[in-house]
Design a binder for this molecule. Structure first.
Ligand code: ATP
Length: 323
């Protein structure tokens, strides 16, 4: 291996810069020239590919977003688009690629690899933590901390006014952010897409909170919950309890940005380093993750086929502690 390309793809996540840095520095450690591919698969197709220096990744470990930029690229879904990508990989003589992204990114990599046999390694970079084959994804911990900081502030107001707040967090298909942040802020209820939401059960819970003289109540709703988003849930609760003084907050994109937490920086550094080592060891067509704090390698086919399940113990814990 003489040249390795690296890109970020799909939604940005805090810690992506730290992962790129680790890839670049590990390349130099092994006398490999790293190349930055800008805007994910789009840059691969358009040839937006540039050699990186060690200095290019100075002072970025603490920055959110991704300096290589990210994009969703329709052309990569077509055979012609992927052929262009292959032509550019050959033109720049890249011997391997590190792709940092989510499920879609790895699906694209798997298809590409089956057509052109270019060594690809994937790193899980998404705030959603919904990838099978890793306990944590890069960006999840930071997103959780952002949610917690925001909801703690909301709790102050909720407490001062005896209010119910219904807070919507990211998670179209998965409730990982909702579940962990909900436990961490002591939410009275947590609504996630993985379990059926019954509004009457939620109302019973809230009423028991009122009976127990709770000064404030917080309901965390994942955006993809089957009851609808936070506004829908608030409407339904209002139908049952018209006297509740309730408010809705949608946290939205603040959950994606910001300086990565210590955990995300270290995770990204470990994974970026392991990605280059894996390519050097001829391990390819895999996502690298951490399971029980150990680096693990999982084929793209498995990582994209299975769904990460919510931890049943944590669901139970949330239930017990919200009483
Ligand atoms: P996030 O979890 O943040 O959404 P992601 O990697 O799942 O990240 P996607 O937008 O689903 O984000 O995928 C990123 C890119 O991967 C797409 O824009 C597209 O270029 C490529 N891709 C996704 N699915 C396929 C596919 N089936 N075939 C070819 N390329 C794909």
């Amino acid at each position: 291996m003489k040249k390795i390309g690296v890109f970020t793809s799909g939604g940005d996540a805090p810690g992506m810069n730290a992962a790129i840095r680790a890839v670049v520095r590990t390349c130099f450690y092994n006398n490999i020239q790293p190349y930055g591919i800008y805007e994910g698969y789009k840059g691969l197709i358009e040839g937006d590919i540039h050699p990186l220096t060690s200095k290019d990744v100075s002072n970025i470990i603490q920055r959110g977003g991704t300096f290589l930029k990210s994009a969703r690229c329709k052309e990569f879904h077509t055979k012609e688009g992927r052929q262009e990508a292959y032509n550019n990989i050959k033109k720049y003589e890249l011997d391997g690629i590190v792709a940092i992204g989510g499920d879609g990114t790895f699906t694209g990599a798997k298809i590409f690899n089956s057509e052109f046999s270019i060594p690809f390694v994937g790193l899980p970079g998404t705030i959603d933590n919904d990838l099978f084959g890793t306990d944590y994804t890069i960006g999840y911990d930071t997103a959780l901390n952002t949610v917690i900081e925001a909801v703690d502030k909301i709790r102050d107001t909720a407490n001062s006014h005896n209010r119910l707040f219904i807070v919507e967090v990211m998670g179209r298909d998965a409730g990982f952010i909702a579940l962990r942040s909900g436990i961490a802020v002591g939410a009275e209820a947590i609504l996630v897409p993985e379990t059926q939401t019954y509004i009457n059960e939620l109302v019973t819970k809230l009423e028991s909170g009122t009976k127990n003289h709770k000064n404030s109540m917080i309901v965390i709703v994942a955006e993809g919950d089957d009851a609808g988003g936070a506004y829908k849930v608030a409407e339904k609760v209002k139908e049952h309890c018209p006297n509740y003084d309730s408010r809705v907050t949608i946290l939205g994109h603040i959950q994606r940005g910001g300086s990565p937490s210590a955990m995300d920086r270290v995770l990204a550094s470990r994974l970026g380093n392991a990605a280059v080592d894996a390519l050097l060891a001829n391990k390819t067509n895999i996502m690298i993750g951490v399971v029980n704090n150990e680096i693990t390698y999982i084929p793209f086919s498995k990582a994209t086929k299975h769904h990460q399940k919510l931890n049943a113990d944590l669901l139970k814990l949330a239930e017990v502690l919200s009483f």
